[in-house]
Write a protein that binds this ligand. Structure first.
Ligand code: DAH
Length: 340
């Protein structure tokens, strides 16, 4: 029965040849079934071992084991070769049979999202968007806003000056003046935009930041209008349970002036880490337009009244997205930005 041993050797050579020549996964599978499958040729020959005489058995057994192992190895080798070829093809982008790769879609930056949403809310209240330059004159940024050059409030709004005396605006408030100069009342505008201050960057300060300014001028405008509109804005942006609180403050271009807070959306006002246990989040400043500002733009302060407000968009983005360091918004790390 040494014949069976030779059959094993012949089958082994044939199978190794065929696996060596396999070109794709489908052919590999075909060959695997043909030689190694349950009804394949190797198991077929092994079945014949039953009839081998005891004295031939060791020699045939050796040939059988050798064939089985070698063919199995040839199969594995072919499989490795094909998968290497696959990944090489993918790396060079040559395998046209691979499924397409979905391109990751970008989205608006968190600050832009807040800006767009804020504008949309105010538009529903009848506000239109107004725009002014990032590079301002001292007049629009300060003097026309009732802030003469010796005014102490200029100190906290130090900024970057150009050689010609113009400056990077410290607030969006100058747009109020530009609009009122061009247009007769009534006025109802919001001005989102970039602002700059000579601040040292830390978790809550950035030399470059964004505000949205609001101005409403009409007959008999009052602080009640301001509070109603800011409350509606807060509820639309942060949820129906948000409350708004006014605190007395000072700004040169409003009289009276206030600062306003939103109740903390993290704890609902009971006090937590985010609101430093106060239950309130400080948003920004507002007030009734100072008669001196109306005079600077040629409006009659006896006839016209108005409210104005300005808020930091970073501050709102940080509250809304629970971000605790303003610098994260400026690092352009897509792993961070992708979350929002
Ligand atoms: N411009 C102020 C600031 O940057 C914020 C502000 C306060 C804007 C009162 C206003 C206002 O329009 O009426 O701190």
């Amino acid at each position: 029965m040494a014949e069976l041993a030779r059959e094993f050797e012949a089958l082994e050579r044939e199978a190794v040849d065929r696996f060596g020549a396999v070109r794709d996964v489908a052919e590999l599978e075909q060959m695997r079934v043909r030689y190694l499958g349950r009804r394949g040729r190797i198991p077929g020959l092994l079945g014949q071992m039953r009839d081998v005489s005891p004295q031939d058995r060791p020699a045939v057994g050796r040939a059988a084991n050798h064939a089985k192992r070698t063919v199995q190895e040839a199969f594995e080798a072919a499989r490795r070769r094909l998968s290497r070829k696959d990944s090489e093809a993918a790396a060079t982008g040559l395998d046209v049979t691979l499924p397409g790769r979905r391109r990751r879609l970008g989205h608006a930056h968190p600050i832009t999202q807040i800006m767009d949403e804020s504008v949309a809310i105010f538009r529903r209240l009848g506000f239109v968007v107004a725009d002014g330059p990032d590079i301002e004159t001292e007049y629009y940024n300060f003097d026309a806003l009732n802030t003469p050059s010796d005014h102490p409030s200029r100190d906290i709004q130090d900024t970057f000056y150009l050689p010609d005396g113009r400056l990077l605006r410290t607030q969006t408030s100058p747009v109020q003046v530009r609009v009122m100069e061009r247009q007769a009342p009534p006025v109802r505008i919001v001005c989102p935009g970039r602002c700059f201050r000579r601040d040292t960057p830390d978790a809550t300060h950035s030399m470059n930041f964004h505000q949205i300014e609001g101005l409403y001028v009409n007959r008999r405008v009052s602080l009640a209008d301001l509070k109603a509109d800011l409350t509606l804005f807060a509820k639309e942006l942060l949820g129906p349970d948000v409350r708004v609180r006014f605190r007395p403050h000072f700004f040169p271009f409003t009289e009276p002036s206030i600062e306003y807070d939103f109740s903390c959306i993290m704890c609902g006002g009971t006090g937590c880490r985010v609101c430093k246990n106060s239950g309130w989040l400080e948003i920004s400043g507002a007030g009734m337009v100072d008669p001196a500002v109306f005079e600077a733009v040629g409006y009659d302060p006896e006839q016209w009244t108005g409210y104005a407000f300005g808020m930091g968009l970073e501050r709102i983005a940080m509250i809304r997205f629970a971000v605790d360091d303003i610098r994260l918004l400026y690092e352009n790390d897509v792993r961070f930005l992708h979350q929002f």
